[in-house]
Design a protein around this ligand. Sequence first.
Ligand SMILES: Nc1ncnc2c1ncn2[C@@H]1O[C@H](COP(=O)(O)OP(=O)(O)OP(=O)(O)O)[C@@H](O)[C@H]1O
Ligand SMILES: [Mg+2]
Length: 250
Amino acid sequence: MSPLLALENVTVDFDGFKALTDVSLTLEANALRILIGPNGAGKSTLCDTIIGRVRPTAGRILFKGEAITALPEQEIVKRGICRKFQTPGILPSLSVMENLLVSGRKNRAWWRAFTTATPAQEMARAEEILETIGLQDRRDVPAAGLAHGEKQWLEIGMVVATDADLLLLDEPTAGMGPQDTQRTAELILSLIGRHAVLVIDHDMSFVEALNGFTTVLHQGQILKEGSVAEIRADAAVEAVYLGRAKDEVA
Ligand SMILES: Nc1ncnc2c1ncn2[C@@H]1O[C@H](COP(=O)(O)OP(=O)(O)OP(=O)(O)O)[C@@H](O)[C@H]1O
Ligand SMILES: [Mg+2]
């Protein structure tokens, strides 16, 4: 069987600057992939390219065995890829529950979510996700009133609510303290098995808590792939990335 996602020799050129060079990787259904690398390594560009916001200048991207390289972003989303951005995408005046319901609406006509009764099935799924993200106590609170970490978890919940097969999470722990970071790792691990997740992050304590197959990007190229322990032990990774990451944490 073909993998859920396959990047084949993907190159992205921004007017002569190669943000990605000959990147190939595969991700199986319901599996976890961690993507790390220094600032400017091309991590967000990789997500942009998968979702169709940036077009590769060479190579191709296959999703469920079909080329999606030239498809419009909306069509790629429809096929089952959902992306969480570095900046929050929650609707601040709606409650936590309403945000989940809006995101789970299949027809994406979110304004209709409040003019028609919510089907029991959608309600049940939203309740289930509420529990997954641990915000049961915050169910009816306007999203604007959530703490920073809670906003990030709600956003992950909104991505989950789309029922996409592949979730792209770009720096979900940005601005979080150690406790919230650990909780985020547990949340992401609880999604594996139902969704494939490609998660980008800088925080090595988070990466270690996830403890999954990791790809290290450096200057737009894959420097190393392997378990977190293998990445940790690699001299080249240490030189370009881990030494710096340790300084950042300290
Ligand atoms: N639209 C664009 N046009 C030109 N250059 C771009 C564009 N988008 C990104 N870049 C450049 O491509 C490189 C990779 O950027 P990208 O945002 O993918 O890095 P990143 O690994 O996500 O970094 P960070 O850890 O800071 O989020 C950077 O040098 C960036 O300046
Ligand atoms: Mg980025």
